[in-house]
Design a binder for this molecule. Sequence first.
Ligand SMILES: [Zn+2]
Length: 398
Amino acid sequence: MYQALGLRDQECTRTRYEDNMIKLEIKTREDKLRCAHCGNRHVVHDGKTVREFRCVPIGSKPIVLVKTVFRLKCKDCGKVLDEPIHFATGKRRYTHKFERYVCELSSAMTIKDVATFVRVSWDTVKDIQKRYLYRRYNCPDLSGLKHIGIDEFAVQKGHVYKTIVVNLDNGQIMYVGEGKGSDSLKKFWKRLKKSGAKIEAVATDLSAAYISAVKENLPDAVQVYDHFHVIKLMNDTLDQIRRNAYARAKDEDKDFIKGTRWLLLMSGERLKNSEKALAKLEEALQMNKPLMKAYYLKESLHEIWKRAIKPEAELLIDEWIAQAKATKVRLLRKMAETVEKHRAGILAWYDFSITTGKLEGINNKIKVLKRKAYGYRDDKFFELKLLSLHDPIYPFAG
Ligand SMILES: [Zn+2]
């Protein structure tokens, strides 16, 4: 009973076979009965109830323990209580060993598969996993944090958001906040302060809400605006200019411009080997001056992060801003102003080469998680799943 089922001090009084399950009727051996309050063994019977517990299977047959629970009156402390049950917690209807068994199966099977296999509900398997994840991953220790990235993602497109803070040194999600913007980080700042962590640098996108929240809560940390986001903004600007060019083009040119989107957005480096693509690109650029200017500014923007030393990048960024302003293309001047406004944080990359690139990788993992659709049903469970994503021995499949 102990080796196989994890039961101590129990005797089996009868075995039944019912509903395709083996039912073991058990009770505590008389000499092992103790008071649940003081542990004394001077107790007398004062009634009984029966509780059923799921237990690990024997062979392929599910086991149910039908346990007689004695109500005991203690001669020492005078309390009348049910005998203590060592093999299960609280009102749960399965044993500790069954929980461990479900966790082990979960490393190779989805929740749905485990539930079907052991014949319990989806929610029971989820609850067991959730408690395990909670013990292991809830509220990670923030005290050693130095470099962090902040980003948001949509749980449901357009209306439910979460904000995550990632340790950029190892890719671990340290915090999951509800919503987006500065409110979503409030609890994080509180916990961070308590932890005594000394944050050196923070990577964010160009969103004003995060920038001011970081400035306010970590005045000594260096803010690095991620180059991925700056380049994305430039690509969006270029694409908008292409759409404007399309709208203004003569009918016979429209189709041509329409087909150039990928050419414009692809890096020149990658186009080098295709003469046909280059010729097409050249033709599109000749057709429309603003488009041409935007294209070359997009290409040269990349260079800002490719200098050997910061002073070179400083010269380059100023030149870039001046060129973009001189174009007299409204969208490019707007982009120039954005780059100018964030100049220090863009160049801070030369002091701390951190990017939210890790966050992009994490976002892909999150997409896979979401596809499996637990995300919406139980917020805390989803949060725990996120907090455990970094773990190479991440315990659960599916
Ligand atoms: Zn007692």
